[in-house]
Design a protein around this ligand. Sequence first.
Ligand code: NAD
Length: 321
Amino acid sequence: MSDRVLVTGGAGFIGSHVCHLLCQGGRDVVVIDDFSTGARSNLQGMKVTLVEGSVADPAAVARAMDGVAKVVHLAALPSVARSVDRPLDTHHVCATGTAVVLAAARDRKARVVYAGSSSAYGNQESLHKHEGLREDPLSPYAASKLAGELYCRSFSRVYGLPVVVTRFFNVFGPRQPANSQYSGVIAAFSKALLEGKPVRIDGDGGQARDFTYVEDLVAGVVQCLDATTDGCETVNLAYGQSTTVQDVYATLCALARERLGLRSIPDPIHAPPRTGDVRHSLADTSRAKTRFGFAPKIGFAEGLRRTFDWYRQQSGKSNSP
Ligand SMILES: NC(=O)c1ccc[n+]([C@@H]2O[C@H](COP(=O)([O-])OP(=O)(O)OC[C@H]3O[C@@H](n4cnc5c(N)ncnc54)[C@H](O)[C@@H]3O)[C@@H](O)[C@H]2O)c1
């Protein structure tokens, strides 16, 4: 049987790391991407078959699905803020696009790993977010990603499609865009520090996240892809470790001092909290460990160093003092 893997959104930040790992393992990889947030350059040097098109277009998805046995479905417009600005665009890609991908996977009897989001948990009382909690989406983004999960569950029940819903928390690492108003916090902070500009902290900086280094995350995604499961299973993929935005800022400042020899760093600017943002996000990772053998190797501190160094190289400030 074919081992061809379709990666939707493969030209994106996480998708390009999934493609890299699959290619390293000698797998036959197809990517469908419309480059709305991803870039061709993210796939440079990787031997993948590229289908340019939208996951919301059944004809494009059918073309991409040719000969495919497994699907990693990552294509999305992944930003709370963007979804608050443009909720219908987010719905179209994240919810409708997921239904289209699942229908094509059903036709081919292909196994699916879906990129779910910790935003499904919202502001729950329970500190550790475990997969059994009732979902409480706060933003249009969270609602559309959860709609995708619900489609996964229903396709599994109705058509017997094997699906693993992997819930990502705050993923960071090389190739995460730093230039957009929707950039992740580690990307945005690194860029500002490298440019000698003040960092903008939304809210008081006490909001905590389970920041996960992308290489550890994608190793978990591929483990879920290659596991044997029936029905639809949901699993958190993260470190189970909570770090505040303020702590991330302090660690990046220390790295900037060490790597760039900076003596002074401009004070951060505090902006109002962002609409739709949750206060604390911390994963219970026991199911990922016991069920899928998830065992991150790199970890937060080393991941942050590698990430800062990557942005430093991109910015041309590659000489350590
Ligand atoms: N980055 C995180 O911290 C995080 C956290 C939780 C969940 N996720 C999920 O992980 C997945 C990947 O996120 P990312 O951070 O790599 O984002 P990204 O924006 O870098 O990647 C998304 C990719 O999907 C593509 N895309 C968007 N709309 C498309 C469409 N209609 N058809 C085809 N391709 C389309 C984009 O061009 C891009 O290449 C998303 O599903 C996101 O919801 C990410």
